[in-house]
Design a protein around this ligand. Structure first.
Ligand code: COA
Length: 201
């Protein structure tokens, strides 16, 4: 992401009324385990992307990022040129994980689940499939990068065994020229790099 990109929409979905939300309008709620919204786990099929998925991949990148280029781990990756796994649920394209070997680990270039499918285990299935790919290739770790405002993804990754590996302080604010509001209005400043060993739960 070179120049500042208009924040795409929507990113998350209100667990109470179902409204789809831009990042800045999303808010966090703490609940007990039984009262989390969308606790129904749907059947999810994860498979390698084919040429026929290109349009769907472009669409989800467009909604998540506004483009198919992703700057993470100090490099620029074009999602369309990476190893992509797609998640299908209820016969529809529900989410994407885009993977690239980087620094001896398997890097998650992008993990994105459409708001209407969030909270149904799609993210979980994509992470499990990525860990399997890394194991098949003999790569010891899975790594990911999030922006400091992305509290839902930070929680998600830690629930799946990732720990903080490094923080690129100020990287995102420098890239965009200023710290812009992201999730819940939190200013986007830093890239937090996360890692877990492939065999971790
Ligand atoms: C982080 C992310 C990958 C998680 O994907 P997901 O499919 O919702 O993940 P899962 O359903 O496997 O797990 C989500 C967990 O959060 C919980 N949760 C609680 N409230 C939730 C809510 N309102 N929405 C989603 N999950 C919620 C789920 O119950 C689940 O808990 P668990 O760890 O006990 O299983 C997804 O939210 C995401 O893509 N975020 C980035 C923003 C983005 O790209 N948006 C889409 C643009 S197209």
């Amino acid at each position: 992401m070179g120049d500042k990109v208009e924040l795409p929409f929507p990113q998350y979905r209100c667990g109470e009324c179902g409204r789809e939300l831009p990042l800045t309008e999303a808010r966090l709620t703490v609940t007990c385990e039984q009262h989390q919204p969308s606790r129904v786990v749907s059947a999810v099929e994860v498979r390698s992307a084919t040429h026929a998925d290109r349009h769907d991949i472009e669409d989800i990148c467009d909604q998540a990022l506004g483009e198919t280029d992703v700057d993470v781990f100090g490099r620029t990756f074009d999602v369309l040129s990476q190893e992509n796994l797609v998640a299908m649920s209820e016969g529809r394209f529900a989410g994407l994980i885009s993977l690239a070997a980087d620094g001896g680990d398997l890097g998650i270039v992008l993990l994105s689940v459409y708001p209407g499918f969030q909270g149904h285990g799609v993210g979980r299935a994509l992470i499990a499939a990525a860990a399997q790919r890394a194991a098949e290739r003999g790569l010891p770790g899975l790594k990911a990068a999030i922006s400091n405002d992305d509290v839902p993804s930070f929680s998600f990754y830690q629930r799946h065994g990732f720990v903080i590996d490094a923080v690129a302080k100020g990287l995102l604010a420098d890239r965009y020229g200023s710290a812009e509001p992201g999730f819940s209005g939190i200013l986007v400043r830093d890239e937090i790099r996360l890692r877990r060993s492939v065999c971790a739960a």
